[in-house]
Design a binder for this molecule. Sequence first.
Ligand SMILES: Nc1nc2c(ncn2[C@@H]2O[C@H](COP(=O)(O)OP(=O)(O)OP(=O)(O)O)[C@@H](O)[C@H]2O)c(=O)[nH]1
Ligand SMILES: [Mg+2]
Length: 214
Amino acid sequence: MAETASKKQDTAGIAYAAAASKKQFPKPGRPEIAFVGRSNVGKSTLVNALSRRRNLARTSKTPGKTRMVFFFDVSPDYIFVDLPGYGFAKTSRNDFDALSRVTDDYFQAGRPIGLVLLLIDIRRGLGKLDLEMIDYLCHFDIEWAVVLTKADKVSRQAALKTEREVMETVEDYAGRYGRRAHLPLSVSAGLNPRDQRIQALENRIIEFAAQAAK
Ligand SMILES: Nc1nc2c(ncn2[C@@H]2O[C@H](COP(=O)(O)OP(=O)(O)OP(=O)(O)O)[C@@H](O)[C@H]2O)c(=O)[nH]1
Ligand SMILES: [Mg+2]
């Protein structure tokens, strides 16, 4: 897989590149929308929902499915980047280091990142690793917004409560780093890709990609 990884491939009618290391990253072009978060939070599922494809990004019940950085050519205006998840302990030490390295390389490569979507399982809320990720993104001056996933697993009321709690943390970090705070959006990509909240997220992505392209 590694030797062919940098070559452009095609799945579900969408071109993509898969990179196991920074040497295999495609040439930077359009603004990139990157998906990060703990393993199993639903990054690949959300990539599929937003791309209106069932099987573009591989998803799995078992954490640690996405091991490489995938660049999906989903729109004339932006590229989706599906990253390996963090916080996945059930792998060898070396594997984990490799996962971290390729993610770290991605963020430090000076690519045209329009927005990072930091995905949080709505039932778990922000954890220590997520807060470290926020610090990391702020440090590199990368624009980010929180997306709460698996909203179908909780009541609307509980979802609103978590959105409010997360917003407090987002505002705290935004204030600390002198950034604009972006409202967390909750989605249930697994069940209904045509949900209004997916639409709201898509609108936000379009807005950020347009800003990044300026
Ligand atoms: N109920 C529900 N399940 C979801 C939702 N989104 C994802 N899932 C499920 O959560 C599991 C993990 O989804 P993935 O999209 O593979 O997660 P990931 O973040 O890409 O995981 P890694 O690649 O391992 O980092 C799968 O079984 C999905 O079907 C959702 O909105 N609602
Ligand atoms: Mg994945």
